[in-house]
Design a protein around this ligand. Structure first.
Ligand code: F6P
Length: 366
């Protein structure tokens, strides 16, 4: 029969469980067997209990849970050929030659690399006597499907990644909470949000939370921005606003590429506006909590689509990611999506801010 492995890799994200559940149940519905690989790629390398056959009920009651119940890990061993040899051996001993991976661009690149190297790794295992030649013959290639799981929403080509919507809700709730204490004291708050090199969470939460000023990596502020920011906040105060909020993406830099720190922004506000200012770094609460309705239903149909992809992929077809575009699921070339994603920092460095923003904004900004 057909055997599919499923794993989650990289930073956890709300909605990963919904995707795992959909993959397991969609696969079972069409008569395939599904194996959950625990702790990301590490479970493949370790074998044993790290790879477990899943039935319908094994994914019961996880739809509404944050994180990933099958664990995740940023595996160093997987970056070495020896690690990948172990992984292929453990997969093929169970007859698994189809993989669905939910993770960020690094995890998806690793998946494609494994696919490209598959026949070479299989041949080497046979040569070493670690794999029976008839097993190798039955599984000449690896079929893959990627899903993008990351709160950062940083994969170019996909409008949304699994977890981004929930993280955005968490941030907007926090901004609402901070606004009341800020207003009571007429204080300014600098709120640092996650996103790694991507400004999606910062920009969208600034709009949704009604912030006064936002700093994002895609549009490094021009020299003298401190004056502009203070002028904006002063205007707000003069018009009777009691709370001031500045959102800063953790990856924000100036035009030279030097990081802009939340504490620096706080000091500027305190000194130039002569008022009390505080920093709140939201940190990992953004990755926690129950997935939003969007992250549940979108991840469910993405999981379903990933099963279709991994069942219809052929050794000749290109490795694909299933993402979203204009509210539809869309198949994207894995190699192109990753290359475009990695191209954005170069655009920013070259001063092409508009183009960087357009690529990260997806169909929304086109
Ligand atoms: O990629 C998700 C993310 O939460 C980023 O926003 C953040 O920069 C990073 O992971 C934090 O990594 P860690 O969980 O390893 O501290």
């Amino acid at each position: 029969g057909i055997r599919i492995g499923i794993l989650t890799s990289g930073g956890d994200a709300q909605g990963m469980n919904a995707a795992v559940r959909a993959v397991v149940r969609s696969a079972i519905s069409v008569g395939a067997e599904v194996y959950a690989i625990y702790e990301g790629y590490q479970g493949m390398i370790d074998g044993g209990d790290g790879i477990r056959k899943f039935g319908w009920d094994d994914v019961g009651s996880i739809l509404n849970r944050g994180g990933t119940v099958i664990g995740t890990f940023r595996s160093k061993e997987m970056r070495e050929r020896e690690g990948r040899l172990k992984a292929v051996r453990h997969l093929l001993h169970r007859g698994i030659d189809r993989l669905v991976v939910i993770g960020g661009d690094g995890s998806l690149t690793g998946l494609n690399l494994l696919r490209n190297e598959w026949s070479g790794l299989v041949a080497e295992l046979v040569e070493r006597g670690d794999l029976a030649p008839e097993v190798a013959e039955q599984h000449p290639s690896l079929m893959i499907a990627g899903l993008v799981g990351s709160i950062d929403n940083d994969l170019v080509g996909s409008d949304m990644t699994i977890g981004a919507d929930t993280a955005l809700h968490r941030i907007v709730d926090a901004i609402d909470d901070l606004a009341s204490t800020a207003a009571s004291h007429q204080r300014s708050f600098v709120v640092e949000v996650m996103g790694r090199h991507c400004g999606y969470l910062a920009l969208m939460s600034a709009v949704a939370g009604g912030a006064d000023y936002v700093l994002v990596p895609e549009q490094p502020p021009a020299p003298g921005w401190e004056d502009e920011m203070c002028a904006e906040l002063r205007k707000g105060r003069e018009s009777g606003r009691r709370d001031s909020i500045v959102i800063i993406a953790e990856g924000a830099t100036d035009r030279e590429g030097n990081p802009i720190r939340a504490e620096y922004v706080r000091k500027v506000l305190a000194e130039r506006l002569n008022e009390d200012a505080r920093v709140t770094i939201l940190g990992h609460v953004q990755r926690g909590g129950k997935p939003s309705a969007y992250d549940r239903w979108a991840s469910t149909w993405l999981g379903y689509s990933a099963v279709h992809e991994v069942l219809t992929a052929t050794p000749e077809s290109e490795g694909m990611v299933v993402g979203t575009r204009s509210n539809r699921s869309e198949r994207l070339s894995l190699v192109k999506a990753v290359a475009d994603t990695q191209h954005v920092p170069e655009l920013i460095e070259a001063g092409q801010y508009h183009e960087a923003m357009r690529m990260r904004g997806g169909s929304f900004l086109e």
